[in-house]
Design a protein around this ligand. Structure first.
Ligand SMILES: [Zn+2]
Length: 318
């Protein structure tokens, strides 16, 4: 959760991420600039307007330009730099986004569990599961560092992803509930996003149901849109990734002691990752409609802020 969101933790809104464009900077030159390391020769030439590169630091970054051994990339803090890439994916079927990170803990459980850590643990398992099934899948964040909302969306766009799922856990419930309060937010104008949300809701809530837990929830838990005062998607992540089928998933309430106990259990994290992965697989391979669709009750949410990195954002070593 961020301080600016009344309920839920998905973060502030961000305006649209610019569409991929040809860079006018170093990538257009035929020779490397002095002091700029060339990419290893074993790598393919960078696609000019897309893909995901990883440097020596292991941090995925969005390729925004390149050629002739240079990789012009956008960093988690929205800087544009030349990277000495060590690996490159020209595209990824699935991009999985562990919400928050670094100075942005997200929700914090009564036992001190940081949402950012739980989200990463689950998202890593989702990507591992997808890869073992032969999918190309990448994370927007691979460690405990800050990542802007705009970057997360841009990585999904630059990867040409078929599916983009942002993994969160929640806080500020309406109250006790008979079952898990999983929420899956979809892009209001996208039937594909709606179907993906229904499948992710179905799988993740089923994975949690059946446990004897003192659940909490919002009264409108389910698969739903969340609109801002302008009538578009409240979450900047979903606006920024327009054109990519995207869902922001709030799996359970970390603020609830009973659910915190579940979320820190590696076996439960594995179950939840299986559920998210299964929801994605069903989206990709079936016409199943999903379930759990609800109409959200009105909230006074404003329009949402700018999702680009603030001045305090510090990139990890790339
Ligand atoms: Zn969150």
């Amino acid at each position: 959760m961020t301080g600016l969101v009344a309920a839920g933790c998905g973060g502030d809104g961000a305006p649209v991420v610019s569409a991929p464009t040809e860079s006018t900077s170093a990538s257009g030159t035929a020779e490397a600039a002095p002091g700029v390391p060339a990419a290893p020769p074993s790598l393919p030439a960078p696609a000019p307007t897309g893909g995901v590169a990883v440097g020596p630091g292991g941090v995925p970054v969005a390729v925004v330009g390149g050629g002739d051994g240079q990789w012009l990339v956008r960093t988690p803090c929205d800087e544009e730099v030349v990277l000495d890439a060590v690996s490159y994916e020209p595209s990824a079927e699935v991009v999985v986004d562990p919400g928050h990170g670094g100075a942005e803990a997200g929700a914090v459980g009564p036992g001190g569990t940081r949402e950012a850590d739980v989200n990463l643990a689950i998202a890593e398992r989702v990507v591992a599961r997808l890869r073992s099934a032969g999918r190309t899948a990448v994370l927007t964040r691979t460690g405990d560092y800050q990542v802007s909302i705009a970057f997360r969306a841009e990585l999904a766009v630059r990867a040409g992803a078929t599916v983009f799922v942002s993994v969160h856990n929640n806080t500020v419930p309406d109250g006790p509930a008979p079952g898990p309060g999983t929420e899956a937010y979809y892009q209001a104008s996208s039937p594909d996003s709606r179907r993906l949300a229904g499948l992710l809701h179905e799988e993740t809530s089923a994975a949690l149901s059946g446990r004897e837990v003192a659940w909490v929830a919002d009264t409108d838990a389910g698969a739903k849109p969340r609109l801002n005062a302008a009538g578009t998607d409240y979450y900047g992540l979903l606006r920024g990734a327009a054109g990519v089928t995207s869902v922001l998933l709030e799996i359970a309430f970390l603020s609830n002691p009973a659910e915190e106990a579940l979320l820190i259990d590696p076996a439960v994290q594995e179950e939840l990752a299986d559920a998210v992965g299964e929801g994605i697989e069903r989206y990709l391979t079936t016409a199943d409609p999903g379930s759990g669709f609800v109409d959200p009750y009105p909230r006074d949410l404003g329009v949402g802020g700018d999702g680009t990195a603030g001045p305090g954002c510090i990139d990890p070593p790339l």
